[in-house]
Design a binder for this molecule. Structure first.
Ligand code: GLU
Length: 522
C-alpha cells in the first residue's frame, strides 16, 4: 500500500452512488491467522447491509499470498461467523453461482485480465529480479531517497515499455521471471467517493506502479484478484476496513482501465485500543486481558489466544457490542437484536473516527443478555461447570437456582459460582461478616429464630419472611443484626440474594442443618 495520507483531501459532501444494482456485498478475509474482532465487525456490517436491502452476503477467501497462509485460519473464519449468527449466502461451503469462492482455486482466471491491461496500455511487463530491485532500493537509500517503481523509472528499467517487443516476447518464452505492473497515470487527480468519508481526491504522483500479477507463482496480487472477483461476482458495495483506503485510487483506476462499473465503497473506521491510542491489535488481548478473537485460537505454533465464546460471552451480546463500535443508531437505544440491527443499520451513521474498544461495556452487554436468556437455557450452560465443581443438580433445580441470582451475574461461570451455595452448605464463613455480626446476643436470637423456622411446615419465601419480620418487630429486636446472622449461617457471608428465597429453595431441613452447623462451628 502506498499513499501519503497527508496528501488526501476529504470533501465531506456530495456522495454520489453509481449504484442501482441488486445489493451484493462480500467479506473477503485472507486466511492469515485468527479473525480479529475488527474483521468480525466488517463482516457484520456487510451482513446487516445485505439483509436490510434484501441482498446477498458473500464470503470470499483471499488466499493468493501463499507466504502468509496459516493452516486452520479458513475454518476458524467460517466457524466464527457461524457462532455470531452471520449467515453466508454464497461461499466455499455454501457454493453459489460464482463458485469457486476461494481465490487459490480461481488461479486461471486472473492472467487474462492482467494481459488485457497490458494490451490496452494500462499495464506492462517488468523483468527486474529481486536482487536488482534490492540494489535500486539500497542505492536510493544511500542518497537519502526512497525507491518507488513509478513513471520516473518505468521507461528505463527492464520493462516492456523500455525493451523492444521481440525481446519482451523472447524473455517470456524462455521462462524469465516477470511481473505485470499497473501503469499509474501521471499527475492526475483521482476523484473518489466514499459512503462514509465523502469525496476524496488524490494525485497519482504519490502512487507507484503496483504489481498485479507474478509469473513466479502464476498468481495475481491482492489488488488484481480483488477487483476482478468483485466485478465477476457482481459486488455492488465494498464495505471494508479503513486500512484499505490508500488502495482506493488504484482500485478506481483499475475499474476505469477495465471499463467496468465500479461498486460503491465504504471504509469503516478503525477499532482502537481501550486508551484510544492506536489500532486494537491481535496482541492486545494478552496485553489487556480481554479477548480480541471471537473464538479461542489455537495457533499452529501451539499458542492459544482467548476467545469471546470461551470467556462466556453470548453471541448476541458480542454482536450487539460490536455493532455499536463505530455505528450509532442516532437514538439512546443500546440493546438490539439482530433483526433490530438489520432494520436500524445505516452507513450514514457509521463514524469517520476510530471506535475505542471498552471491555467493561462488553461485559455490560453480556450481563444484559444473560438476564434476557431463559433459565433453562442458562442451566444448560451452567450444568457442565457445576459438574466440574462436583455438583450434580437437575436441570429444573439448576434453572430455579439461577432465577434467584441471575441479576448478579455477567457470565455463565458467575451463575455457576453464585448458585454453588444453593447446592452445598458454605464451607467457610466470611471473616469480616462474622466479626461484625456473629455476637453473643445475635447468636441467641438465631437460636430463637431456628425454632420459628422449625415450626414451619415448609419455608415459604413470602409468608415465612412476614412471620419472622413480625416476630422481630414484636420483640423489638434489630432486623439487620438478625437477618445478617441468619445470612452468615445459610450463605456464609452477610451479603447475598433474598435470604428467605434461598431458605425456601434449599428447604426446611437444609436450612435448619445449616443453622446448626454454623452454631457448632462458629
Ligand atoms: N483480503 C483483504 C483483507 O484481508 C480484503 C480487503 C477488501 O475487502 O478489499 O482484508
Amino acid at each position: 500500500m502506498v499513499g501519503n495520507p497527508f496528501l488526501i483531501t476529504y470533501f465531506p459532501f456530495a456522495m454520489s452512488s453509481n449504484n442501482n444494482r441488486r445489493v451484493r456485498v462480500r467479506f473477503a478475509p485472507s486466511p492469515t491467522g485468527a479473525l480479529h474482532i475488527g474483521g468480525v465487525r466488517t463482516a457484520l456490517y456487510n451482513y446487516l447491509f445485505a439483509r436490510q436491502h434484501g441482498g446477498d452476503f458473500i464470503l470470499r477467501i483471499e488466499d493468493t499470498d501463499s507466504q502468509r497462509f496459516v493452516p486452520g485460519a479458513e475454518e476458524y473464519i467460517m466457524k466464527s461467523l457461524k457462532w455470531c449468527g452471520i449467515h453466508v449466502d454464497e461461499g466455499i461451503e455454501e457454493g453459489g453461482p460464482h463458485a469457486p469462492y476461494r481465490q487459490s482455486e480461481r488461479k486461471e482466471i486472473y492472467l487474462k485480465y492482467a494481459q488485457q491491461l497490458v494490451a490496452s496500455g494500462n499495464a506492462y511487463y517488468a523483468f527486474d529480479t529481486a536482487d536488482e530491485l534490492n540494489a535500486l532500493r539500497a542505492k536510493a537509500e544511500a542518497e537519502g531517497k526512497t525507491f518507488a517503481y513509478d513513471s520516473t523509472v518505468r521507461n528505463s528499467l527492464q520493462t516492456s515499455l523500455a525493451l523492444p517487443a521481440d525481446e519482451v516476447s523472447a524473455r517470456i518464452a524462455r521462462g524469465d521471471v516477470w511481473v505485470i505492473r499497473f501503469k499509474m497515470p501521471e499527475n492526475e487527480d483521482v476523484q473518489m467517493d466514499d459512503l462514509i468519508r465523502g469525496h476524496i481526491s488524490i494525485n497519482t504522483s504519490t502512487l507507484d506502479d503496483k504489481v498485479l500479477y507474478k509469473s513466479v507463482d502464476s498468481l495475481p496480487t491482492y489488488h488484481l484478484a480483488n477487483i476482478v472477483d468483485d466485478h465477476l461476482m457482481e459486488i455492488s458495495h465494498v464495505i471494508r476496513g479503513e486500512e484499505w483506503l490508500p488502495s482506493l485510487p488504484l482500485h478506481y483506476l483499475l475499474y476505469r482501465a477495465f471499463g467496468w462499473q465500479r461498486p460503491d465503497f465504504a471504509h469503516l473506521p478503525l477499532l482502537l485500543k481501550p486508551q484510544g491510542q492506536g489500532k486494537l491489535s491481535k496482541r492486545d488481548g494478552d496485553k489487556f486481558g480481554f479477548p480480541v478473537f471471537p473464538l479461542e485460537w489455537h495457533a499452529p505454533d501451539g499458542t492459544v489466544a482467548m476467545g469471546y465464546r470461551e470467556e462466556g460471552y453470548l453471541p448476541q451480546a458480542f454482536i450487539n457490542m460490536l455493532a455499536l463500535l463505530g455505528w450509532n443508531p442516532g437514538t439512546e437505544q443500546e440493546l438490539f437484536s439482530i433483526d433490530e440491527l438489520i432494520n436500524a443499520f445505516s452507513l450514514e451513521h457509521v463514524s469517520k473516527s476510530g471506535a475505542r474498544f471498552n471491555h467493561d461495556k462488553a461485559k455490560w452487554f453480556n450481563a444484559q443478555y444473560l438476564r434476557q436468556t431463559d433459565d433453562n437455557t442458562l442451566a444448560q450452560m451452567v450444568m457442565p461447570i457445576h459438574q466440574q465443581m462436583g455438583i450434580n443438580a437437575t436441570l429444573q433445580r439448576t434453572a430455579e437456582a439461577i432465577s434467584l441470582i441471575k441479576e448478579r451475574a455477567t457470565f455463565p461461570k458467575d451463575l455457576a459460582e453464585l448458585t454453588q451455595k444453593m447446592f452445598c452448605a458454605p464451607a467457610v464463613y466470611d471473616e469480616k461478616s462474622v466479626s461484625k455480626f456473629w455476637k453473643e446476643d445475635n447468636v441467641a436470637r438465631l437460636r430463637e429464630l431456628r425454632e420459628i423456622l422449625a415450626a414451619e411446615e415448609v419455608i415459604d419465601p413470602l409468608q415465612t419472611e412476614q412471620k419472622v419480620h413480625a416476630w422481630i418487630v414484636d420483640k423489638g429486636y434489630s432486623m439487620g443484626q438478625i437477618m445478617n446472622t441468619l445470612r452468615i449461617a445459610i450463605w456464609g457471608i452477610s451479603q447475598g440474594p433474598s435470604i428467605f428465597h434461598i431458605c425456601a429453595f434449599i428447604g426446611k431441613d437444609e436450612t435448619l442443618s445449616r443453622i446448626d452447623s454454623a452454631l457448632q462451628k462458629l
